[in-house]
Design a protein around this ligand. Structure first.
Ligand SMILES: [Zn+2]
Length: 216
């Protein structure tokens, strides 16, 4: 997910997770391994992000049967991709991996990465709000989507341990947006068919222009 930088409300994050220093990815690593990991991340190249209306964005992701090394590598590559694209969330679907895994960081300093595997919303507030959303798969497009103000999500961390997250504000919106991706749904599908078709046309044209630019 992407947001307009001047419309970022202060994220109200209420979570039972450890802070970023202790985030699961680094939980059992020593200092040396930590440095090696961050070097590995910085050396990694970002993954290509599928762009709407790519039909692969409508693939329904499968649950992760067992959290394995390649999931840890995927989540690091996805975080790198998300940070480089200045997004606040990315679903595996968007990098053409169809497993239930999302990464998020809504912190101001971009230092509180979250990885949610097999996320399930176990509670959502009846109270909703319409807020502008953007998406790394639909660059340059922002529009209002109605979302629950708060959600409670159960998921697995990178150690395969169950984690519970209570979120509101920006984080709650981002979780709902990314979980839609795992169901093959892009946020523009909440908009009117007229708006959606306009966006589709714009995206197709943008891609053609870029391709023309690239062969020059
Ligand atoms: Zn998105």
């Amino acid at each position: 997910m992407e947001i307009l930088s001047d419309s970022v409300p202060k994220a109200l994050i209420k979570q039972r997770l450890d802070d970023s220093e202790n985030i699961a990815a680094f939980k059992n690593l020593g200092k040396v391994a930590k440095i090696a990991t961050s070097l590995f991340i910085s050396a990694m190249s970002p993954l290509p992000i599928l762009r709407y209306p790519d039909p692969r964005l409508h693939t329904v992701a499968k649950p992760v049967a067992k959290v394995e090394t390649h999931h840890r590598q995927l989540s690091q590559a996805m975080l790198k991709t998300m940070y480089e694209a200045e997004g606040i969330g990315l679903a595996a679907t968007q990098v053409d991996v169809h497993e239930r895994l999302i990464v998020i960081d809504v912190s101001e300093n971009r230092d509180q990465p979250l990885v949610l595997i097999n996320p399930e919303i176990v509670w959502a507030s009846a109270e909703t709000r319409i807020g502008d959303e953007g998406c790394l798969s639909v660059p340059g497009i922002y529009d209002g989507v109605e979302r629950s103000l708060a959600v409670k999500v159960e998921s697995l961390d990178l150690d395969g341990q169950r984690q519970v997250l209570e979120a509101e504000g920006m984080l709650a919106v981002c979780i709902q947006h990314e979980m839609d991706h795992l169901m093959g749904k892009v946020f523009v599908e909440y908009l009117s068919p007229l708006k959606r078709n306009r966006i589709k046309t714009k995206m197709v044209k943008q891609k053609k222009d870029e391709e023309r630019e690239a062969v020059r």
